[in-house]
Design a protein around this ligand. Structure first.
Ligand code: AMP
Length: 213
């Protein structure tokens, strides 16, 4: 079964999905991570997606469906999948419903964060090029500037965390992704969690909700 984790860019979906995967054994499936892997490996999908992602726009639905299908095919029937970053528009939400016999959506949880907090989180985010660990220049800095505490890799700003792309991503969320909240609301699956506070506090709110599903 699937739990959709939604929220604007910078809402903390990835961080929370990692914590939920580690602590309660959910399987995290991030379409953004999958796409970044394709870009890094220079696959055909990566060639289509790279420039679109840099601009902060959405990659075409048919590409996303291929990624989703490939990832879900490897999931065991009794596993709870936490979908981070999919669906991002109504058409993707409808596509996901077509898989409901094998992968029913049990809840869509929205991490709600103020726009000003989102901008500050995204502009200060730094990511390790080797292991993917994330930091923030002021709220969660690495011990040595520019170097990952975990693996010694080099930290960099994601290209789509630059101000011009951040503005596009936030607008895409408002115009294109937000309507999916109503889609899930109409099906009795929508839940909202306050995405501000310490990561551990947000985790407590989320895990309580997920355990009750
Ligand atoms: P994320 O890491 O979830 O913020 O995703 C990074 C970028 O990958 C997004 O800005 C989009 O360009 C692309 N992307 C990720 N998931 C999707 C999706 N479901 N539909 C279209 N594009 C996506």
């Amino acid at each position: 079964m699937i739990v959709v984790l939604t929220g604007a860019p910078g809402a903390g979906k990835g961080t929370q999905a990692d914590m939920l995967a580690e602590k309660i054994g959910l399987k995290k499936l991030s379409t953004g991570d999958a796409l970044r892997k394709h870009v890094k490996e220079g696959t055909d999908i990566g060639k289509i997606a790279g420039a679109i992602m840099e601009r902060g726009e959405l990659v075409p639905d048919d590409v996303l469906f291929k990624i989703l299908k490939a990832e879900l095919d490897g999931v065991k029937a009794d596993q709870i999948v936490l979908l981070d970053g999919y669906p991002r528009n109504l058409s993707q939400a409808e596509t996901l419903q077509t898989l409901k016999d094998r992968h029913p959506v049990k809840a869509a949880i929205h991490l709600d964060v103020d726009r000003s907090a989102l901008i500050s989180r995204l502009s200060g985010r730094r990511v390790c090029g080797s292991c993917g660990a994330t930091y923030h220049v002021s709220t969660n800095p690495s011990k040595k500037e520019g170097i990952c505490d975990k693996c010694g890799g080099e930290l960099a700003q994601r290209k789509d965390d630059k101000p011009e792309s951040v503005a596009v991503r936030l607008d895409v969320f408002e115009k294109t992704t937000r309507p999916i909240l109503e889609f899930y609301g109409a099906r009795g699956l929508y839940k909202q969690v306050k995405g501000e506070g310490l990561p551990s506090e947000i985790y407590e709110r989320l895990s309580k909700l997920i355990k009750a599903i």
